[in-house]
Design a protein around this ligand. Structure first.
Ligand SMILES: NC(=O)c1ccc[n+]([C@@H]2O[C@H](COP(=O)([O-])OP(=O)(O)OC[C@H]3O[C@@H](n4cnc5c(N)ncnc54)[C@H](O)[C@@H]3O)[C@@H](O)[C@H]2O)c1
Length: 247
């Protein structure tokens, strides 16, 4: 068991919850940051009933000050923070010609500003400390333009992959690595909730491996990229898409 500390954003449900569980199982103290505080607190309680090794933090990733507050709240409890997983994301499918300015800004806020602020606030903290790991959850949509997710979402995720490279280059000499993971469609609640059953069947048939992806595996990759031994992986984008997109 380690004494390491990780902040996972969007950890109240879906992929973030799986990632939080995996880090916790790997011995990390886990902070679950989410706008859905109650759901994050419920999961934190499941992981650690006395709050010793898992804690929920109210965090809106569109707000820079929420990242600052999260950093400060964690440092008040623990002497160091070792890693952040910028996982929170959201989208609503709208045809590209119909996306309004408000919808565009909202999706960019949650999926891209979030990565900028997470990397700025925690990247600075890690750089000052001389060590740290940042893992950004991107998406296949950011690489191929997406299909069922919306142009604003795809553009934001493409931006997240680019920010990953920029921060990776900027922080590398100070012991900080920044990497992205780019999943294709995963076997997660949001996919089953947002894609009609017949469309989902079609979608799965179009995936070369013939299955939705495993959130557990994405979480394993995040834990691996956060490890000390991952110091040579920097500015990378780990594609996990069942063969939908190869480069
Ligand atoms: N599900 C997939 O197939 C898939 C594929 C590729 C990438 N991703 C990415 O994985 C990440 C997680 O997706 P998911 O499927 O678990 O989605 P989800 O909608 O099930 O969960 C998203 C979580 O983020 C939280 N969240 C939303 N807005 C927030 C904000 N402003 N501040 C803080 N938290 C906020 C939600 O409360 C929720 O707990 C996202 O970045 C998504 O783009 C998912």
């Amino acid at each position: 068991m380690s004494n390491k500390v990780v902040l996972v954003t969007g950890a109240a449900r879906g992929l973030g919850a799986v990632i939080a569980r995996r880090f916790h199982a790997a011995g990390y103290n886990v902070a679950l940051g989410d706008v859905s505080f109650d759901a994050a607190a419920t999961l934190a309680h499941q992981l650690s009933s006395d709050g010793e090794t898992a804690v929920a933090i109210k965090l809106d990733v569109a707000l820079k000050r929420d990242f600052e507050n999260a950093r400060d709240a964690l440092l008040a409890r623990r002497s160091t923070i070792d890693a952040i997983v910028n996982n929170a994301g959201a989208s609503k499918v709208v045809p590209v010609m119909e996306i309004t300015a408000e919808q565009f800004d909202q999706v960019i806020d949650v999926n891209l500003r979030s990565v900028l602020f997470g990397c700025q606030i925690f990247g600075q903290y890690f750089a000052d400390r001389g060590v740290g790991r940042i893992v950004n959850i991107a998406s296949l949509a950011g690489q191929n333009g997406g299909s069922a997710t919306g142009a604003h979402y795809a553009a934001a995720k493409g931006g997240a992959i680019t920010l990953t490279k920029v921060f990776a280059r900027d922080l590398a000499s100070r012991g900080v690595t920044v990497n992205a993971i780019s999943p294709g469609p995963l076997d997660l609640p949001i996919v089953h909730e947002s894609v009609p059953a017949d469309r989902l069947k079609q979608l799965i048939a179009g995936i070369p491996v013939g299955k939705l992806g495993s959130a557990d595996y994405i979480a394993d990759v995040a834990v691996l990229l956060a490890s000390a031994g991952a110091y040579f992986a920097n500015g990378a984008c780990w594609d996990v898409n069942g063969g939908l997109f190869m480069r």
